[in-house]
Design a protein around this ligand. Structure first.
Ligand code: ZN
Length: 499
């Protein structure tokens, strides 16, 4: 019976892969007038997938292995199969918990909201978006009720992105992270001012695009990205997507001016892609062939981007080659000036452009506000002020308008509530994994300096990537690092690197 269920899941994964290919093409190559047909194509495949996920036949097979009401295994299965069935059941419940008319209403509201949000942000008019945000909050509360939860309805939403993680887990982690980052920010700002450091104006530079592409491709190869099982292309918003176990795509974005844009996105997406390429191929389509969680995924991209490539030792070993690659643009810029520029700390209103330190505060603020929205302890009309107050409290800056403030991110208009925390959890996990790598490889800094990345990749393959959903994110980090998930390693890393 389990075999037949696994085959059904693999069929669904094939269809999902087709959908990913269609979406990838939409972002990378598709001519603009194809958009309606593409929407239709993706919609048709999505309905077939949904029908399979909610079919009576699938339900009956699953009920032979697990009690669909209690979630208790009712067949004789070994430990591994029992765990697999439990994970399949969790997915099945999520796919079947929401009534069809609710799902339809939800996607109608979300699709309209995103348009309205765009307009509201362009016109700097929160009142325009407010009624939609109100609806989205109401729908998410309803969704939490359908999915079921203990303690806070926010936990049901969180579980969609970071299974098993709850508000009572995150609150103490984020409190520690927030206090530490706020304190560190003030110290760093004083130090930067004393040293007369200024933010580098990338607009004054002009980089060759082909040179940037080539350097990034070289790094992807050094990281161990398998070009026989994937490729890189360009898109407006960089992303990683999986069509099949042996076909993982990444995209990057090249700026003529800011040379770090292409480099950062190539490495970041490369980290995500190494994870996808490192998942067990034979389990593709089943929970064991899927990434553990969004936070663990983000830990992989951040580890490569910030801990490995945006480190002083990496640039000690690679700056001359980089200068040569993009010559003459950086010929007269010293390594110190360059490194100071890419690690300059400055509070800003824009999360996606934030430095490593203030990034955590952007996330913390969103988490605190989301919880209040879902718990109903704040009125939507009060959100802009709440947002601005938090920016002032944590970063000492106050948005001048709602376009700079509450209307910053697309997430809420897209119905994504409970997603933000995974970014910071990912950073905490990356910090703990890096400490473990330091213990595993006493010459880690030399390896990073010389670009000897393969042992790092293989270690991650073995200890992180191959796990799939056999463990939760928290379990995985605790078993690999031997430490409880916490903000300590992250704070220590930020202090050592930036102060
Ligand atoms: Zn990412």
């Amino acid at each position: 019976m389990l075999k037949s269920i696994i085959q059904d899941l693999k069929d669904i994964a094939t269809l999902s892969g087709i959908n990913s290919l269609l979406s990838w093409d939409q972002e990378v190559y598709m001519p603009p007038h194809a958009i309606d047909a593409r929407g239709e194509q993706i919609g048709q495949i999505s309905s077939i997938i949904h029908a399979k996920q909610t079919s009576v036949a699938f339900k009956e097979k699953l009920s032979k292995l697990i009690d669909l009401d209690t979630g208790k295994i009712n067949a004789s299965l070994d430990e591994s199969d029992a765990k697999l069935v439990e994970e399949i059941y969790k997915d099945w419940r999520k796919h079947n918990a929401l009534p069809a008319d609710f799902v339809a209403e939800y996607s109608r509201v979300v699709s309209k909201s995103q348009h309205v949000w765009q307009k509201a942000r362009n016109e700097n008019n929160f009142e325009l978006f407010a009624p939609y945000l109100e609806k989205i909050i109401a729908l998410n509360k309803q969704k939490a009720n359908y999915l079921g939860y203990t303690e806070s309805p926010y936990n049901a939403l969180l579980d969609e992105y970071e299974p098993g993680m709850t508000v009572s887990d995150i609150d103490p982690l984020f409190a520690e992270m927030g206090a530490g980052c706020k304190d560190l920010l003030q110290k760093i700002q004083r130090k930067q001012a004393d040293a007369g450091r200024k933010k580098l104006d990338w607009d004054a530079f002009d980089f060759d695009e082909a040179a940037q592409w080539d350097f990034g491709m070289g790094l992807l190869e050094t990281m161990g990205f398998d070009f026989d099982r994937g490729r890189q292309d360009k898109s407006t918003h960089p992303f990683t997507t999986t069509f099949a176990a042996n076909d993982i795509r990444v995209t990057t974005r090249i700026s003529k001016h800011n040379v770090m844009e292409a480099l950062s996105s190539t490495i970041h997406e490369g980290g995500h892609a190494l994870y996808e390429q490192g998942l067990p191929v034979a389990d593709f389509g089943t929970p064991f062939g899927e990434a553990t969680s969004l936070a663990v995924h983000e830990s992989q991209s951040r580890l490569w981007e910030n801990w490995i490539v945006k480190s002083k030792v990496f640039w000690d070993g690679h700056y001359t080659a980089f200068q040569k690659a993009v010559s003459p643009t950086l010929d007269t810029v010293s390594l110190d000036t360059f490194f100071n520029a890419i690690t300059y700390i400055q509070p800003s209103f824009i999360r996606v452009e934030a430095d490593e330190l203030t990034y955590q505060l952007h996330i913390l603020i969103r988490y605190e506000i989301e919880k209040e929205m879902i718990n109903g302890t704040v009125n939507v009309s009060d959100l802009p002020t709440l947002w601005d107050d938090k920016y002032e409290f944590y970063m000492g800056i106050r948005p001048e308008n709602s376009a700079e403030g509450i209307l910053q991110d697309v997430h809420w208009s897209a119905g994504l509530i409970g997603y933000f925390p995974t970014y910071s959890l990912g950073n905490m996990m990356a910090a703990q994994l890096y400490e473990t790598l330091e213990n595993e490889f006493p010459n880690l800094t030399t390896m990073i300096k010389t670009g000897d990345f393969l042992p790092i990749k293989l270690w991650l393959n073995k200890h992180v990537h191959s796990v799939g959903r056999r463990q939760s994110g928290r379990q995985l980090i605790e078993s690999v690092t031997g430490q409880n998930l916490s903000a300590i390693a992250l704070l220590k890393y930020l202090e050592e690197k930036l102060l």
